[in-house]
Unconditional design. Structure first.
Length: 327
């Protein structure tokens, strides 16, 4: 996959690990603090886990769970949700420790720009100050949180994103496997004059034929130019075989811009003009390459994330506490 496609993908899809995204959200909007910074003796900050001796508080886990619950499609039971939230915080801490040990740093300019963007989003210094007060943070504290967040982005990019590749052969194999899904459907576009007349009535048929003559006599032969009189309306529609089979079959008999006669369907009379007919066709690999590439990258990235999580946990001392903060 070339660099441009890679960059486009991450503009549209996930750029960071879910845990990093959660950290960013809580950093900016709920006063989420670093694992290990909270006072473990504080009743509301019972220790949920220790990662190589660094504390993760129960308060932090609850905040992550609340964010997860904003996704109304989540179906996990509370205990399962808590385990996922705690695991995401453990992975964050392990990734942070690895990044620090390997000397990954974020440029000061990046943090300064993030602060300025935050100030702008809150309408300037006064709004920014009000925001900091609301989430119980100082600007220095917010800078520390941003440093951690951006550092985690760096290590995730290095250890996951940059190690994910999709080969041309893999693209071709996926295309062949899902070939039937990559078909461009048939298109039957018509202008449809649909009448609100009594069925099988001589006056109704004469009325419909009179409207057909008006269309034929007009220079443009355009049903949209008709003046409605309450007995009909004109639709600009793409016909679907399963929805309007009778009109669909009649439309396929016409040439582009050709008018039908008066058509009787099961419940009404119609006159149609074929605007465009495009037969169904198989899309080429180049036409669907981007979609396949995005799908395969997402799958490969998910796999690599799991591998990276396992690598982080290998050799780490992770202590999970009970609800009271005991091992």
């Amino acid at each position: 996959m070339n660099k441009a496609m890679y960059e486009d993908y991450f503009k549209e899809k996930i750029w960071m690990h879910e845990a990093v995204m959660l950290l960013m959200l809580f950093s900016l909007f709920t006063g989420f603090t670093f694992a290990g910074r909270a006072d473990a003796e504080d009743a509301k900050n019972i220790v949920a886990a220790k990662v190589n001796g660094v504390v993760i508080t129960n308060d932090s886990v609850i905040k992550v769970m609340k964010n997860m619950l904003e996704n109304k499609e989540r179906k996990e039971r509370p205990e399962e949700l808590r385990n996922k939230a705690l695991n995401s915080l453990i992975i964050q801490e392990l990734a942070w420790q690895k990044a620090k040990a390997e000397g990954l740093t974020v440029e000061q300019k990046t943090i300064d720009e993030a602060i300025e963007k935050t100030k702008t989003s809150y309408g300037g210094e006064s709004g920014f100050s009000a925001f900091l007060e609301q989430v119980s943070l100082t600007e220095e504290g917010l800078r520390e949180i941003l440093v951690k967040s951006y550092t985690l982005k760096l290590i995730i990019a290095r250890e996951v994103s940059e190690k994910v590749t999709v080969t041309e052969d893999e693209l071709k194999q996926e295309y062949e496997k899902e070939k039937e899904k990559h078909r461009k459907p048939e298109k039957v576009s018509v202008l449809d004059v649909v009448f609100f007349l009594k069925m099988d009535d001589a006056d109704s048929i004469r009325k419909a034929e009179g409207v057909l003559k008006k269309i034929h006599d007009a220079e443009e032969k355009n049903p949209l130019r008709l003046v409605p009189d309450g007995t009909f309306l004109v639709r600009d529609i793409d016909l679907k075989k399963e929805e309007e089979p009778e009109l669909y079959e009649e439309a396929k008999k016409l040439k582009a811009d050709e008018l039908s006669g008066v058509i009787r369907t099961s419940d009404s009379y119609h006159i149609i003009k074929l605007k465009e007919y495009i037969p169904e066709r198989q899309k080429t690999l180049d036409e669907v390459r981007r979609n396949i590439d995005v799908k395969l990258i997402a799958e490969a990235r998910s796999k690599r994330l799991k591998e990276f999580e396992s690598e982080l946990k290998k050799g780490a001392k992770i202590e999970i506490m009970d609800a009271k903060g005991s091992e």
